[in-house]
Structure formats: C-alpha cells, structure tokens
Ligand binder design. Sequence first.
Ligand code: TRP
Length: 468
Amino acid sequence: MTESSSAAADSAAGSLPANRGRWSSRFAFILAATGSAVGLGNIWKFPYVTGENGGGAFVLVYLMCIAAVGLPIMMAEVMIGRRGGRSPVNSMRLITERDRLNPAWRLIGVMGVLTAFIILSFYSVIGGWAISYVGVTASGGLAGQSSEGIGEIFSGLLADPGTLMLWHTVFMAMVVLVVARGVRAGLERAVKILMPALFVLLVMVVGYAMTTGHFSEGVAFLFEPNFANLSTSGVLVALGHAFFTLSLGMAIMMAYGSYLPKNVSIAKTAISVSVMDTVVALLAGLAIFPIVFANGLEPGAGPGLIFQTLPLAFGQMPMGSFFGALFFILLVFAAWTSGISLLEPLVEWLEEQKGMNRTISSVVAGVACWALGIASVLSLNLWSDFAPLGSFAMFEGKTIFDLLDFLTANILLPLGGLLVAIFVGWFLSRQALENELSMSARGFALWHNVLRYFTPVAVAVVFIYNLT
Ligand code: TRP
C-alpha cells in the first residue's frame, strides 16, 4: 500500500542505507504488508477455490499451510530483507557476497519479478470485474433480482470483451499511476481508513448471511472436514493459495522487510499479518457460503462465485445498492493496494537494470502487463474453448487465464518459497539468524527446524505428487 510503495520507490531509486528505516513503527509495516496480502486472494479467490475443492478438508489443509509453511517463509523473507537492507535482488547479492555463497541464489529475485508480472496481468482483469460491479450495484440493477438474473448479469459481463477490456485498462492505469508517482499522503491516509472499513462491511455481510437461515450449513461447509472431498491436486491448490494470499514467494516481503526497524520482532509481526489475512478470508467464506446454500447455488461455481452470491445479498438488504457499491469500492481498494505491490518489482528492476526513470519504467511495465492481460480477457469469451496445453492431463480444459493462475500460484510461488526456505534454513549461519530474529531459544529452534525440514519436504512432496 502507500507507505510500502513509497518505501519501495525509495529503494528503486537506490537510496542509501542511511535514508532507510522508513517504517515509523511496527504498525506501519503491518499495515503495508497487510495491504499487499489482503486483496482479491482473500475475498475472490479463497471462497471459490474452497468451493471447488469441497470445503472443510481444504480449509483445514489451507490453515495448516499458512501456519506451517507460509508463516515460517514470511519470517525468512522479512529477515533477508532486513539483513540486506536493500531491494530484494541487491539484498540477496549482498548476503551471498558477505557469506561467500553462490551468486545464483539471486535468481530468487529474478523469478519473483517474472511471477509478479504474470500474476498482475490476470489480477487486473479481476480487479476490473470488481470496478464494473461498483456501477452495477450503485445503479440499483441488483435490487430484487433472482439468482438467475444475477447469474445473467455476470455471464453477460464475461461474454463482453469490450467491457472487460475497459475495466482491465482502468485498473491497470490506477496501479501505474500510484507506482509512477510514488505515493501521496492522501492515499496513504485513505488506505488506513479503507482497510478497516472493508473489514466492517464484510462483518455486515456475515450478519446478513446469518439471517438467511442457512448459516450453519455454511459454517459446516467451511469447518467440517470431509477428506473424501479433497484430492491431491486440492492439496496443491491449498499450498499455492497460502503463498498467494500472504504475498509470498516473490520477494515482496523482502522488500518490505528492508524498511523494518531493527528492534521490531519479526515473528510477532509476521504472525499479525498472517492472522489478519486469514481472518479476512474466513469472514469472506462465512459471508458467501450461507448465501450459496440459501439460494441453491453451486459452491464450485468457480471464479465468478462472489460475483454471483454477494450481489444477491445486496439485492435483498435494505439500502443494498448503497452498501453493495460501498463493498465493491472497498474491494477495488484492497485489490489496488495488492496490485501496486505486484507492479513494483518489475518497475524497480527496469530502473536498476535498464536505467529508465520511474515514470517511464512504470508505464512500460504497466503496458506490457496490460497486453498480457488481454489474453486473460479473451480466454473468458472468444478463446474460452482454447486450452493451449490441454493435451497434458494436468492442464486439461485450462484456458490461458486458468494456466497463468495455475502456473504462478501453484508452481512459481511455492518454488520461490521453497528456495527461500532452503537458502535461509541451510545456507545462512545460525548465529546471524539468531541475531536478526532475537526470539526465545525455543521459538527460534521451532522456526529453524520447521524451515529446514518440514517446509521444504512438504512443498516438495506436494509438488511431486502432482507431477506424477
Ligand atoms: N496477496 C494478494 C491477494 O491475496 C495478491 C498479491 C499481492 C500477491 N502481492 C503478491 C501474491 C505477491 C503473490 C505474491 O490478493
């Protein structure tokens, strides 16, 4: 979010260590990291992947992935950033030089830039759906609609490449604008209000969901594990989503960590961010599934799930057009703050490596990402039957949009996280880690062992199962 991207802007401009330490407090860092973490992943993606993967058992595995894989890796990323004190690629360079390690570890940074670029290309398309729903809700178009009517509004949007392109373009332009200018105090202050506001509105929708008479069914769907409903590919999706939702695996948390004051506890901070992110996702699930069951909708409806359920709730609530529009505005903001953190690495790289100035590199990166996004737009309509790698069983029926999502969330992010875990767990000296983390001996031992043994093995096993 704001502070984070201005911080990232500074690092991109190559500011000296003396100018660093920008987070005024632990709270500022938490806010920035949460702004990156809480986004479409929590409100759009979590409910739909949960629905597609059968509910409770998936949620349980997802929570385990957050705690046993995501949290230790977040701590490792923040730690590298704070120790290196520079942009991710340079922090990695500094640490590898200082400790005489193989410079190839820097590839973690390069992979991160590529991954972020691909994610943003389709993220922006979904951000565009959210923008378009601000208008749909505000105009009162949802009032009293049946679930069929609401389904038609959504499929109408997907079938219309022109409208999708328009809002995709608007979303990307919003992201480019903020990244290019650095961040202004106004937006920064706004975000401090908007994130809590999103939380309050989400709680309101959960309140509405309680009145549908199907709340307990929703709760059971989310929290009663039935492992018969979970496939091995579901485990991969849970793992991948844990990385996606915490913004891990592509050095974002390294960039943020480089601004964290030395006396702040990395463990406590990472726990706060992970808990807040998880709470938002679970609230979104509690808001959505009761509405799904009350209206006889399909939990496995896929990426359109929230756009077919929440509008129903807003269509029936008193002042629903107002609250609905407000909700989608806040969703756009949540997506915006995440989108900024996704464009930043490429912009930083273009500045460092290609010597472009900040405005030009932002525009170049944004336009390139926008262009790739066109493929996602078209795969929702004109190319919806085009499955480029469909002859592989693993990719059967996957459109370009599905493939980009799969490749990034389920392969590149876990791979990036795996490399971070191995690097920090096995190549950095224990002494250095202890100094940087300054935790209790038991806490440190727990973290270090999980990162060395459990995390890499878990990620590797899930990978291998899915490739064979
Ligand atoms: N975490 C964000 C979300 O849940 C998306 C995101 C932002 C992200 N930055 C990231 C995902 C970096 C992976 C890596 O919407």
